[in-house]
Design a protein around this ligand. Sequence first.
Ligand code: UD1
Ligand code: CA
Length: 519
Amino acid sequence: MPPKAPEPQMSALTEETCRVSEPRPVAVMVLAAGEGTRMKSRIPKVLHSLCGRSMLGHALAAARELDPQRMVVVVGHDRDQVSAEAERHAPGVCVVVQETLAGTGHAVRMVTEALGVMHGTVVVTYGDMPLLRARTLRALVQEHGAAGNAVTVLTARVGDPSGYGRIVRDSRGSLAEIVEEADATPRQRAIDEINSGCYAFDGALLADAVKRVAAGNAQGQEYLTDVVAIMRGDGHPVGAVPAADPAEIQGVNDRVQLAQAHRACNRRLLEDWMRAGVTIMDPAATWIDVDVTMAPDAEILPGTHLEGHTTIGSGARVGPGCLLRDTTVAQDATVLYAVCESADIGPGASVGPFARLRPGTRIGPGAHVGTFVELKNASVGDGSKVPHLSYVGDADIGEHSNIGAATVFVNYDGAAKHHTTVGDHVRIGSDTMLVAPVSVGDGAFTAAGSVITEDVPPGALGVARGRQHNSEGWVERRHPGSPSAAAAARARQAAGPQPAGPASAESPAHAEGEGTPGT
Ligand code: UD1
Ligand code: CA
């Protein structure tokens, strides 16, 4: 590349800039070898997550969109974990090990020594800047190609530059060098334009320059940032372009910055969904992951966390107070104060308040799961109801059936789990124990308080409980003088003389009623 006079590149990168298709980078390198001591964590820094994706995952997702010929990740600290995560997000990624963490320049030198000189545009980003957008990278590559630079640095003007490398420009406004905070003079520290840690390089010039980076600085490290002054000293054009959105370049070094980046990432996702037609009542109190999808007219109320591959259908209303992970909520369903994992909630169904749907739960169209109900590996058919205080585990419930309050599907015998089947149009009486394996046929009923251990045939009433016996006068005999005895005596006097008859007659309706409370 012929040297040419450096020229100021102060125009902010915008989407306009990246309309023209940029050259395909020969490689994108993501540096992720650092320990991240400031995180004070057992987990390597780049594996900390925001919005359901590790920082490394965010960096690789953005990098992949450049469609580089080669994806490279530099690992060092906790290399096995970091490499595995890199492979998960960028299958076939080329992993280069940096044995000693001698700085960002050293990390890049390890790559060029391992892989040889790469001719073409090489993009370098750091694994700890999760907010960087692919379109910003694309604009950087485009700008770099158009300017014919040896290096083009993505920068930002920020209110508080502390902790970042400062962009030092010459009297003509052209990029002169990058100075790390530890090495900066007070005057340089006052500069509010900072190095993002994202660069487009000419690959051949980069391979040559990183060999000449010295470690004679405050941190005793080989700084990649020194390549700028080296290339400029060689007479090559170097450029610095501010990012259109400075929020994107926030680096994460500690947990305070992780929380800030998480909030910013969340806000960005929510704003994209709001623009796509989703109502988010309170974005500050709503948290979603990158892989969540929502249809127009979905409505999310405060205190709701949508995690993993959760999907919310059109017209569905979720919240307040929900935690949904890998859960599908079909159109027009409602979910209120519920915790749901790997569950499938059908169209028009309602769940909650205070319901827990564990993995393998399927709620059919128009079905209802109510208050203090837990389900696991269970399906509830169209229009069926489990309204109150129940546990439904390892079961299939047919259509238009009603499960009375406090029913328990007794699925575990202490050794193995067993299955229960409930047919269509069944009425399970309140406080029924369905001891699995067992089935209740279509149109059958169970009496309240029954412990059902044998199958109930279609249309039958299953009754499995002790008959009631009333021991007349027992309280006055056993607790004479008590308030209960006095109340009983008053009731007896008020009722007048009673006709003789059986002491404990049960009305047939009482004996055979299924005892389901009105819903
Ligand atoms: C770096 C930049 C600084 C910039 C800031 C942006 C240098 C010298 N400084 O500072 O100008 O403003 O990022 O956030 O580049 N890494 C390795 N091997 C190493 C050292 C680091 O792979 O030997 C990786 C880390 O894992 C991390 C990234 O490089 O992902 C940046 O390292 P970090 O120590 O966080 O650099 P900063 O001090 O933040
Ligand atoms: Ca950093």
